[in-house]
Design a protein around this ligand. Structure first.
Ligand code: COA
Length: 182
């Protein structure tokens, strides 16, 4: 599946993304608030091989992971994820990881916006939510810029990288998406 925005192309991962993704996921500052640690080149190669099979959201339980490419330079800037939890509740979870070389330009917000549009308008989800470490202000700001509501601030709800971690939950409903006119 492919999504296009003004500045970005969201497309399936391919083997040629190995160098750029290794640069990104090999950095401690990038993985600081992610559930995994820095990834080696071999681990990233395995990850890309798995992600190449996560290129459509066909049924509940599927997870879509798209590479986000800059249309001006063709560089891999980051990735977005949309998980479709189940059919009855029509809930989905969004996520994003971008290379520091491409931070601060609104690319994550633009890519996540296209992903919300796809989730609500094409998949027909009722609610899309995103979670982040309470200290991950950059991630929280992206979700606020998208117009997602802060639904929860969970305090020390998980043991995270050797300490108690707190988590923010942001959400948006399909009617809020429609009303926002985005
Ligand atoms: C979370 C993450 C994707 C946010 O990246 P980001 O670059 O801050 O987000 P955006 O691409 O939307 O850029 C927004 C910034 O660009 C600025 N900007 C510049 N041009 C812009 C434009 N055309 N449109 C929107 N914002 C623009 C905004 O003002 C904002 O700046 P601010 O951070 O000072 O408020 C990034 O920090 C990251 O990858 N972190 C590591 C992985 C991670 O933790 N992921 C989240 C897991 S929950």
């Amino acid at each position: 599946m492919i999504l296009r925005t003004e500045r970005l192309l969201l497309r399936p991962f391919r083997q040629g993304d190995l160098d750029a993704l290794t640069d990104t996921l090999g950095r401690p500052d990038v993985v600081r608030y992610l559930y995994w640690d820095v990834q080696t080149r071999d681990e990233v190669a395995d990850l890309i091989a798995r992600r190449m099979h996560l290129a459509t959201l066909a049924k509940p339980g599927d997870r879509l992971v798209l590479a986000v490419e800059r249309r001006d330079t063709g560089e891999l800037a980051g990735d977005v994820v949309l998980g479709w939890d189940d059919s009855e509740h029509r809930q989905g979870e969004i996520g994003f990881v971008f290379s520091p070389a491409h931070h601060g330009k609104g690319f994550a917000t633009e890519a996540a916006h296209a992903t919300l549009r796809y989730g609500f308008d094409d998949v027909g989800l009722h609610r899309i939510y995103g979670r982040c470490d309470a200290r991950n202000t950059a991630s929280a700001r992206v979700m606020e810029r998208l117009g997602m509501r802060r639904e929860a601030h969970l305090i020390e709800n998980e043991w995270f990288k050797g300490e108690w971690g707190s988590e923010l939950v942001y959400g948006m409903l399909d009617r809020e998406w429609q009303d926002s006119g985005q």
